[in-house]
Structures are given as C-alpha cells and as structure tokens.
Ligand binder design. Structure first.
Ligand code: P5A
Length: 443
C-alpha cells in the first residue's frame, strides 16, 4: 500500500478527550473515529488490526472444535422475558420497538438466542456435545463508556456457547475454552492471566476472567507473582485429563479479581514477598452455569434410556475490539505503538527519504515490488515530505519493521533495516533486506 493514497488521517495534537494511552494512540494513528459516546467507526488502519485479532480468535476456536455461525444483532424481547433477564438486565440493555409495536433488544450477549435455537433443533443425547460461536457486534448502554474501544457501548465480541449432557462433560468444554484462550492471547503477543471472577448478570458458579495487567485497567486484581505461563504446545483437546491438568495448574496459583478476593486465603496461600495487587484489563471471560438458560427455554434432549435431559451449558467471551486497545496498552513507547507481529496492520514501513530523487525512487519501487511478491505486507511512504515527518508517522503507527532508503546510503548500496522494538538496527544491502524480511514474513 502506498501511503500517498492510503486513507490514514493521523493527528498531530493529542485529543483532549482521550484519558489513556491506547485511546490517544488509536485516535492519533487514524485507527478509529468516535461517532457517539462509546460508538466508533473503524478506519482502514484500525480495521486491519481488528481483522487480524478476529482471525486469530477464529482459528483457535476452530482448533478447539467450535463451529462458527452468525446470529443477528437484534433479538426479540420475548426471548429475554422467557429467561427472566428482560427485567434483570436493566438500563444497560437497549430496547427498541418496531413499527408493529413488537419489542426488540440490541443483543448485549446471546445465551437466550442460541439456547432457543438448540431447544428447537436438537433431539437426542447423540447430538451432544456442541460448541458454537459467533463474532458479532454487541450493545451495552454502559453508564460511563470510556477509554475508547476498551469500554465501548457498541463493541465486537466473540461469544461461544457449550451444550453438554452432564456436568462433567460441561467441565470438559470449559477446560477446552480455558486452554484455547491461553493460546489465543499468547499468539497475539500478550500475557493474559486467568483469574477467578464473579459471574455477574451471566450467572453460574464457576468463572474466570483473563486479565492483561495494566495500570489503566478497570479491574482491581490480586495475584501470586510466581504465576507461570503454562506450556501449551501439543495439547490434545480430546484428552480431558491433560486439559484438566493444565487448568488445575493455572488455578493452583492465587489469582482473583477484587470481587472474589479473599485476604485470608491470599495470606495463607501466598508468601508476602510474592503477593501482588494491581489493575488489569479483562480481555475475556468464561462461565459455566448448568441449566440456568436451558431450563426456562426448554433445551432438552432424549437420553439413552428415553428420559428427558436438560442440557448443561457454559458461555465464553472474548472482547475482540477491546483487545486492540489492550494490546496497545501493553505495547507502546513515548513515540507510538509497537505492534506485535501477529496483529500488526502491515509488516513493514518502507520509507523513501527523498521521494522525487531518481535513484531513491527506483530502489524503493524495485524493493516494494519484490517484497509484495514475497508476501510481505508493506506500507510504502512515497510521500513528498520531510524525513522528520515520515519517521514520526512511522513511530506512531508502529509497524514491526522499518526499511529506510536514502541517497547517502544508496551510494554505498546500503539501506537501514530496523525493528520498531529496537531489537534490530542494521545497515544492509537491498538483497539482504529482501531476504531478511521475506524470512520474517514466513515466505
Ligand atoms: C460470555 C460470552 C459474556 O457476555 N456471554 C457470552 C458471556 N461475558 S462478558 O464478560 O460480559 O463479556 C465478554 C467479553 O467482552 C468484552 N466486553 C467489552 N468490550 C468492550 N466494551 C465493553 N463495554 C465490553 N463489555 C464486555 C470483555 O473483554 C469481556 O471479557
């Protein structure tokens, strides 16, 4: 993509309304624009990141044996009256009346809707288990939407729902999702700690939030500094014992959100030197809640002995749009974003230091074509502008690699290859640059 034609409305000024760094950087880098409180448009640069995050979430859901579907954003109010949540959900739920006077809600979550689908389609215990998910916009009329896409009113969520025959099978589904979440967040280059959490309006008795530690996070959290990231390679989702061991391994460390915090247990389990208290961003939450929805909505199957069995359920959410902000909170410096490779909007910023100079233009055009052909996603700064502006924009946008081509280096056949995180800073030949970048892009 040529920067001269790419729609990238960057801002020089720091927007006043943005209280935290990820929100400031997303606005300044031209990723999003606010349309109303907590409601955003995603501009091309932001959308590229959102789509990458979404793709990783989707791949890991599929690997864990979940099947993707798509439910609508608008739901009949009647479904929520049947589950009893129509009144319980309160003013957070946006209620709409259509031209025929029928009640609709803009879905804040989909337990009712999918349970209703299952109730009217599954007949036999042989149809279970089922793990179904979708990635769809949700609406929650938050009292105080803030921090940009972190606490939006309209936001993109991946929500998965499990349907099992008994509590043990439901626990296996919960464990599958727990491990899939650890893998998902790790692939995005962030550490998310699973913490015991309250179940809130979703309900049930067992729940974990996946927390990225950050001072700007909205959740107060307590954890054991010895918490170790788990080994996740080669885990077979069909091996219940192995999965259970991973989940138990994670749960043996004290890690809880403040609603669940138990000071006495914290002191008993964790030596003082390892006790940590701080703040974090909740990027996902998993729940298991038995028959809370299947009972009132009639999701039953016929068991092996011909008896009726109400299915056991769980639900599992990831804040897809929130993750974009959370990743920036976890990875930036004073000059801008530092994208982890897996979610970067492009792989490389190619900077032509003297656009209009015949040699610089020729070298840039040549390497741009070669890199694109090798599968490297390049944002080529071909604008006619000062080097300082180009460097500042490249730092702000934060692509993992930067290749600078200028008249002086070119005379010696050299270009400058850098990593945004500072781990590489070398003068190399054009051919070496192509080889290195092709390698890094997995080509
Ligand atoms: C689980 C899936 C649920 O709604 N039902 C379906 C369950 N869980 S949850 O914890 O309430 O939400 C799941 C994740 O969505 C993100 N999230 C938000 N992101 C941005 N703005 C918001 N206002 C917002 N509310 C929730 C969080 O990442 C949460 O973990």
């Amino acid at each position: 993509m040529r920067l001269s034609s790419f729609y990238l409305p960057t801002l020089k000024e720091t927007p006043k309304e943005a209280e935290i760094v990820s929100h400031r950087l997303m606005l300044r880098a031209g990723m999003v624009r606010q349309m109303a409180a907590g409601i955003y448009s995603w501009l091309p640069l932001g959308l590229r990141v959102l789509r990458k995050v979404e793709a990783i979430v989707r791949e890991e859901q599929d690997r864990a044996g979940c099947q993707e579907m798509l439910m609508p954003t608008l739901q009949p109010a009647e479904l929520w009256q049947r589950s009893g949540r129509y009144d319980d959900y309160g003013p957070e739920m946006l209620r709409i009346t259509d031209r025929h006077g029928r009640g609709l809600v803009y879905g804040p979550t989909n337990e009712e809707m999918l349970t209703d689908i299952i109730a009217s389609t599954l007949r036999s215990y042989r149809d279970l288990p089922k793990l179904l998910y979708h990635i769809q916009w949700k609406f929650r009329d938050e009292v105080r939407p803030r921090f940009g896409v972190m606490r939006g009113r309209e936001f993109l969520m991946k929500d998965c729902y499990s349907f099992d025959l008994d509590a043990q099978a439901a626990r296996h589904s919960y464990n599958k999702m727990f491990v899939a979440y650890l893998k998902t967040f790790r692939r995005m280059g962030i550490d998310a700690i699973p913490m015991e959490a309250e179940t809130g309006p979703i309900g049930g008795d067992l729940s974990h939030e996946f927390i990225v530690l950050a001072d700007t996070g909205e959740s107060g959290v307590f954890w054991d500094a010895d918490f170790k990231p788990m080994e996740l390679e080669g885990i077979d989702y069909d091996d219940p014992e192995k999965l259970d061991a991973v989940v138990r391994g994670a749960m043996q460390f004290y890690a809880r959100t403040e609603d669940r915090h138990d000071p006495a247990a914290f002191e008993a389990q964790v030596p003082e030197s390892r006790r940590r208290q701080g703040r974090g961003i909740e990027v996902g939450q998993v729940f298991t809640f038995g028959t809370k929805y299947s009972e009132p909505l009639g999701a039953k199957v016929i068991g092996p002995e011909g008896e009726e069995i109400t299915v056991e359920m769980g639900s599992y959410g990831i804040g897809v749009s929130r993750l974009v902000g959370a990743i920036i909170e976890a990875s930036h410096d004073q000059d801008g974003i530092i994208w982890p490779d897996a979610v970067a909007p492009f792989d490389l910023a190619l900077i032509n230091l003297r656009a209009g100079d015949a040699d610089c233009d020729a070298a840039c055009e040549d390497i741009y074509a070669k890199l694109l052909a090798a599968g490297v996603d390049v944002l080529y700064d071909d604008r006619d502008g000062r080097p300082g502006v180009k460097f500042a924009d490249a730092d702000l946008v934060g692509l993992p690699w930067r290749l600078v081509i200028g008249p002086r280096g070119l005379k010696e056949g050299k270009v400058e290859l850098k990593r945004r995180d500072g781990s590489v800073d070398e003068n190399v030949t054009l051919d070496q640059a192509v080889a290195r970048l092709t390698d890094a892009a997995g080509g």
